[in-house]
Design a protein around this ligand. Structure first.
Ligand SMILES: [Zn+2]
Ligand SMILES: [Zn+2]
Ligand SMILES: [Zn+2]
Length: 313
């Protein structure tokens, strides 16, 4: 639900959470720090290195599962060992905050995501990987040194599964990809589009779950993020630099998440699924109604959000 009578201006959302208080001196992720020493060989470039998460949600080795296994209770509940992998993808420069990542950081981060997606598909037979970024504590970041994460799992995550099924149903009735149709519609209406290049489009989402929610999609139909060519990644980095510059100008370094939705590994290619990235600024928290009803009240209309973002450069 969009509640325009409660409409706010972007300045109403600027919070103190955006101010960093951490120090480089005792930072585990900085060069020479405890985590840095655990970095994976062969998965490092000029801007990025990778470490296994110290408290993994999914583990590669079944032997390390014993302490995590839930009781079987006579198989009343469905359960499965949480196999897969959980990476922390660290940006080397401690002081570089997400709104200021340059083109090279974005390129190298996406290339590293792709390599780790491939790694988990080949080594632990992961069904699906989700690359994510939590920026600032209201968005779930516990360490302020800039870092992304990747969860690879032996199950298809619920939201990906829902998207797949919905997209498949749409395809059966209309004969086309719902995401391609969405792009065509957004470009025609042009009220929510905030960025477009020859390869990428970004727009605020029509049924936004968060104020200023943005979706980024490749203009051409591709199902799998890992297969994106170097030129596409280069161009995606340009798109991200622009989108985050806009968000930063309007909302002053807002807490946010982004996550990559790509087709699961057991499907090689699908005419109905189109990979994409969702960006969700975390300017409001869900209250009882959202949690109790599954309905979301958004106090900034996506059209108004796009207007604010387009006005700033
Ligand atoms: Zn650091
Ligand atoms: Zn498509
Ligand atoms: Zn999605």
């Amino acid at each position: 639900m969009i509640a325009p009578e409660r409409a706010k201006r972007p300045s109403d959302f600027v919070t103190a959470a955006s101010v960093r208080t951490d120090s480089k001196l005792d930072c585990a992720f900085c060069e020479g720090g405890l985590a840095y020493k655990e970095r994976l060989h062969g998965f490092e470039n000029d801007e990025i290195y990778v470490i296994p998460n110290k408290f993994p949600a999914f583990v590669e080795d079944e032997k390390s599962l014993s302490a995590r296994t839930t009781p079987d209770e006579g198989n009343f509940y469905t359960r499965k060992p949480s196999l897969g992998g959980h990476d922390v993808i660290v940006v080397k420069d401690h002081d570089l905050d997400l709104p200021h990542f340059n083109h090279r950081v974005w390129v190298e981060m996406f290339l590293m995501f792709q390599r780790r997606y491939d790694h988990f598909r080949k080594t632990v037979n992961a069904l699906a990987s989700v690359g994510i970024y939590n920026h600032l504590s209201p968005a779930g970041a516990s360490i302020q040194h800039p870092h992304a994460q990747l969860m690879a799992s032996n199950v298809i995550p619920n939201f990906i599964e829902k998207e797949l099924h919905g997209a498949e149903r749409w395809f059966e009735t209309s004969g086309r990809c719902v995401f391609c149709a969405l792009i065509e519609h957004e470009l025609k209406e042009h009220v929510r589009v905030i960025y477009k290049s020859s390869l990428w489009v970004a727009f605020t989402f029509y049924a936004a779950r968060f104020p200023f929610e943005i979706w980024v999609l490749p203009l051409d139909h591709h199902s799998r993020f890992e297969d994106a060519a170097r030129a596409d990644i280069d161009s995606l980095a340009t798109c991200f630099t622009d989108v985050f510059q806009k968000l930063n100008t309007v909302l002053r370094n807002p807490p946010l998440n982004f996550y990559i939705h790509s087709i699961p590994n057991d499907i090689t290619h699908a005419d109905y699924y189109h990979w994409h990235i969702e960006i969700t600024p975390r300017l409001s928290t869900y209250g009882g109604y959202e949690l109790g009803s599954g309905m979301v009240i958004d106090v900034v209309s996506p059209e108004k959000a796009a207007e604010f973002l387009r006005a700033k450069k």
